[in-house]
Design a protein. Structure first.
Length: 380
């Protein structure tokens, strides 16, 4: 039998405006005698109507949970931006931390500089008070001595010492080396040859090197002692000179100002003025004579010292404004005094209502005021 005719493909219809039931596919032609597998029926699925456009969702889309795929569309964009924002925030925090560290480094640098300055001052002080504890002595004299001593002991401990005429020996020690350094030269040479034989020259070289370094140390300490005494003398002299100059200048400036300014001078026959001037002097002298930081002061004494300094300071600050106030008051008084003098110098009116002897009116403040009052009375 011949092959069956090919079945025509079903054609899809355009979806209707309303959703209807899908059309059935055309039936298959008659099957041949050979019964092949029955083809599955195909149906045409209508297209869904287009959904109306919606406004974009501006609400925050939650981050996808672990193990779940990220949402697509707007949610995916929001999640990506959220990740970028977190990364930027992390970078900002890192920059802030670095900036804070830079500020800390600047503060640390300043403290280090201050500490180094203080260390140098103490080193200079130690150099003259106890030179053997200074860095200069330790590096220039003590360390070379210790290095030479270590080499000498290391070499000597490899030798043996002859103890008696029978040739008995023992291992040499550091004490043997130190004993040789304490002997006079003549005895040292003889003893070294008896103890170490052919190796005596090597031992003597070590002993001479140690003695040389010890002599150098002693000379350095002696120079430091002399320099320290001279430095102490110069320091004491500088303190005395500064104190004498301060006292001299203090007296000089006080004497000059007492003669220059009237408010510092006493006034005869004005007991109140003189009394207040004396009280002010005592207050300021007390404030300047006591050092509030003296550890020997009691709490009450320190309280009084600080209070006196504060009072003296505030009075000194207020002097400028009080001086300005007094100058303004004096200017007003002077103006009023001039007006009063003008009134006093006015000629008498002769009892004719402010007119002179010839009947003319003098132009004085009183006449001007009287004329104004007369005018007001006429208007009333």
């Amino acid at each position: 039998m011949g092959d069956p005719k090919p079945q025509p493909k079903p054609t899809e219809k355009a979806p209707a405006k309303h959703v209807g039931k899908p059309a059935k596919a055309q039936e298959q032609p008659a099957k041949p005698q050979e019964t092949p597998a029955k083809p599955q029926e195909t149906t045409t699925k209508p297209q869904e109507p287009a959904a109306p456009e919606q406004e974009p969702d501006t609400t925050t889309t939650p981050a996808p949970e672990e193990g779940k795929p990220e949402p697509k569309g707007l949610g995916q964009i929001v999640n990506r931006q959220r990740k970028q924002l977190k990364q930027l925030e992390s970078e900002v925090e890192q920059y802030k931390a670095q900036t804070s560290k830079l500020a800390e480094l600047d503060a640390i640098q300043k403290r280090a500089e201050a500490a180094e300055k203080r260390r140098q001052e103490l080193e200079e002080h130690i150099r003259y008070v106890d030179y053997t504890k200074s860095d200069e002595y330790l590096s220039k004299y003590q360390k070379p001595f210790e290095d030479a001593m270590s080499r000498a002991v290391r070499d000597v401990e490899q030798l043996t010492v002859v103890m008696d005429e029978q040739g008995n020996t023992r291992q040499a020690t550091a004490q043997d080396l130190m004993a040789l350094t304490q002997m006079p030269l003549s005895k040292m040479d003889e003893t070294a040859e008896a103890w170490f034989g052919k190796s005596s020259a090597r031992v003597i070289r070590h002993v001479e090197r140690i003695r040389e370094l010890v002599d150098t140390q002693e000379r350095a300490m002696e120079d430091a002692r002399k320099n320290g005494e001279e430095r102490a003398r110069q320091s004491a002299q500088a303190v005395t000179t500064a104190r004498d100059q301060t006292q001299k200048l203090w007296k000089q400036f006080n004497d000059e100002d007492s003669q220059k300014y009237d408010f510092l001078k006493e006034k005869p026959e004005d007991d109140e003025w003189n009394s207040r001037l004396t009280q002010a002097r005592e207050l300021v002298d007390k404030a300047f004579s006591t050092y509030a930081g003296d550890p020997k002061l009691t709490s009450d004494q320190r309280y009084e010292a600080v209070r006196s300094m504060v009072v003296a300071r505030n009075r000194a600050i207020g002097f400028t404004s009080m001086k300005l106030r007094a100058e303004r008051a004096e200017a007003v008084i002077l103006k009023l005094q001039k007006e009063l003098d003008a009134i006093k110098n006015t000629s008498p009116t002769g009892g004719n209502g402010g007119k002179g002897a010839n009947g003319s009116t003098s132009n004085t403040p009183i006449n001007t005021m009287q004329a104004a009052l007369d005018k007001l009375s006429r208007l009333g």
